[in-house]
Write a protein that binds this ligand. Sequence first.
Ligand code: ATP
Length: 697
Amino acid sequence: MPNFRHGSLYPRAAMLCRERPQSAEPGGRVRTLTDTGERLNSEIARRKRAERTLRDRLLFEEMLSVISAGFINLSFERIDEEIHHAMKKVLNFFKVDRFALLETLPDRKSWMITHCVSGTDVPSVPVGENLPVSLHPWAYEKLIQKREVLSFSKIDDLPAEADVDKENWIVWGIRSNLNIPIRIGKPVDHIVAINSVKYERVWPDELIPRLRLLGEIFVNALERSRAWKALQESEERLNLATVAAGAGLWILDTNTGQFWVTQMLRKLFNFLPGEELSFERYEKTIHPDDRKGVRELVQRSLKTQNDLTIEYRILKPDGNVCWIMTRGRPYGGATGIPLRLMGICMDITERKEMENELRKQLAEINKLKLQLEKENIYLRNEIKTERGFGGIIGHSDTLRYVLFRVQQVAPTDATVLILGETGVGKGMVAHAIHEMSARKDKTMVTVNCAALPSNLIESELFGREKGAFTGAYARQAGRFEVADGGTIFLDEIGELPLELQTKLLRVLQDGEFERLGSPRTVKVDVRVIASTSRDLKVEMHNGRFREDLYYRLNTFPVTLPPLRMRVEDIPELARHFIDKYSRKLNKQFESLSKDTMQMLQAYAWPGNVRELEHVIERGVITSPEPVFQLVEQLEQGPGMEADKPIKGFETMAREHILQVLHKTGWKIEGKGGAAAILGLNPSTLRFRLKKLGIKRP
Ligand SMILES: Nc1ncnc2c1ncn2[C@@H]1O[C@H](COP(=O)(O)OP(=O)(O)OP(=O)(O)O)[C@@H](O)[C@H]1O
């Protein structure tokens, strides 16, 4: 072993680390040899020096190869121990007092001595502690920021800027110091340091690359150990995650067909511990019906290099079936065929059972839903016939018959003519027909022919072009166009001027018309519902209504009887309106006085349901709670009768017979039949009906 202590051979110390000379060389040595002798001696000395240098280098290289070999195949747990061992060798080799390895910490505000070996009687340094860089600011700047080697052989030679560092080095007993930054990564992460404590030393330049090489061996080993630890941690995490998720890992080697699986997967597939596994062995566990699917998917995944996901059944040794979900991903292989297929398997039996249960429940729900829908349709039909359509209240036979007719005609596209006095509910019936038709999602346009000025009615119904007449400043679509695809309700059709009746007939027949001021024909698909409180037959006889239009409109007449002919509807209607208006006025009526009810039923209601509604509305305002009473008297004033036009005998007879027929539900003969009520022979009545043109609607 070379000896570099004070007083050792100078040439070797000069090559490695020389002790600092304590005094200057004494001069004036008497030269006794001749020049030739001196040259010879000096040549011998130079050769000896060179020989020793060579020998020392050889020794160092030998030590380096031993140290390097020590790190080959070294388990990661033993890296720190090996570094210590190697550092000890170096310490002895160079005969220095302390050899340390430092690491800068990620915060860049501190560093740490990670490994340190020292000779006997050398003061200890704080190993493994965070050392703030503020203790050695000068050294930190030089080594880390400037990446320079820090070397001094005499602490007193340090510059003034190093005062803080100097103080702390004195505490650690340092007399001479050599620090070398090791640059493996971009920022300097490690430093190797050798110190002399007992003597002052000179650190020759040749030492620097050698120590740096050693430092790099150590740091490389440490980095590998760190990477290994990180990998181990990540494996641990993966393991934890797969165990927590109840998943087993597997790897299939595509070359050998070998199958590597984790413990968890072995348990899942009932593979024996230590059993050699292959894809064929794995395949055998799969339910025969699912085997082909799994094999094909694996082959496809290897061919297309795409991930695979599959759910299948495996057979347990006890004969039970277990559902497995497998995900896999192909890896590696430059030739196009992956080297490995890796993935996870999970037991999804519980989920599958729940899914099956849910599916069963869903089927049950669907069955019940269908049943409910059927019941709903049935109930809705019941409600429609029993409790009125679209809010039509009443249970009288006559009204039920009207609603039955409505139900019959609504789904068709037939034109409907609703007949009845004012306020009987013709508008409501029209709405009910539209709502029950296939056109219910389209618009229903209402036109009150009586309310429109005769000069505007044409443009309102059929539209106009700009400038069609004075004041027509813009083009306007008519109500027929607006109702295209839907329904048009022509209220009070009897009021339609004769000249427009022709145009209406054309729409009814061909669905065509022209806008006012335009020769272009417009085609529409509109269902027509018309209503009138007039007797259109009389109007026709008097030449005020076109015969052809009358018969076209009268395809399906629906006659709404006046309220006085369905007295039994009055209580229900009255209660309905009391509810409606007391809600609006925030009043509460528990009952309706008997007198009031009698009065309501005795009255003739010339204004029909509309009049009843208004009377009740006023009553709700004036009646004290909780019993509804009518304060006003409902007397059929003479004025009321006087207001009515005097009707001819035939009209009166017709109306009367119709009234009775409505009441009897068109029963002519027998007890309670119309003939008996009218005091006529049934055949006489039939003759009269024919004469008066009365037909059962
Ligand atoms: N059966 C009914 N149930 C509930 N409300 C009704 C009933 N019949 C009519 N009404 C109500 O009476 C009022 C008049 O009804 P509607 O306008 O339909 O009658 P109408 O015969 O078309 O009258 P008009 O010939 O004067 O236009 C409306 O407020 C309506 O809500």
